[in-house]
Design a protein around this ligand. Structure first.
Ligand code: HEC
Length: 104
C-alpha cells in the first residue's frame, strides 16, 4: 500500500470520529433544551386560578363570601383587608380580587 493511500485512510477515520463527536454533542444540546421548555410550561399550567385560590383560601376562617355579595369597590377594600388576614402574596390577592370582580 502506498503511503499516500494510508494517509488518506487515517484522515478519513479522523473525520468520521470528529463528525461523531459533533453529532453527539449537538444531540446532547437539544436534549437539555427540550425538558427545560417543558418544565417552564408545566409550572405555568400549575399556577392556581383566582377562583381556585378563593375556594381554598376564603373558606378557611369563615364561609367564603360569594362574588355577588359585594360590588367592585367593596372587593378592593376587602381584598386589602383579607390579604393580611390570609397572609396572601400580592399576586394571589390580585387574582382572587379579579375573580370576585369578574363574577359579581
Ligand atoms: C385567617 C383567617 C381569614 C381568612 C383566610 C380570610 N378571612 Fe375574611 N375575615 C376574617 C375575619 C377574622 C373577619 C372579621 C373582620 C376582622 O376582624 O378582620 C373577616 C371578614 C371578612 C369579610 C367581611 C368584611 C370585612 O372586610 O371585614 C369579608 C367580605 C371577608 N372576610 C372576605 C374574605 C375573602 C374574600 C377571603 C379570601 C381572600 C378571606 N376573607 C379570607 C378572617 C379571614
Amino acid at each position: 500500500m502506498k503511503t499516500e493511500y494510508k494517509f488518506s485512510i487515517v484522515v478519513g477515520l479522523l473525520a468520521m470520529v470528529a463528525m461523531t463527536v459533533v453529532a453527539c454533542s449537538s444531540t446532547k444540546g437539544n436534549y437539555t433544551d427540550v425538558p427545560n421548555d417543558e418544565v417552564a410550561e408545566t409550572e405555568f399550567k400549575l399556577e392556581k386560578s383566582g377562583a381556585q385560590l378563593w375556594g381554598e383560601t376564603c373558606n378557611r376562617c369563615h364561609i367564603a363570601p360569594s362574588p355577588s355579595d359585594y360590588n367592585d369597590t367593596d372587593w378592593e377594600t376587602i381584598s386589602l383587608h383579607m390579604r393580611i388576614r390570609a397572609n396572601l402574596t400580592e399576586h394571589e390577592s390580585k387574582k382572587i380580587e379579579e375573580f370576585l370582580k369578574s363574577a359579581n
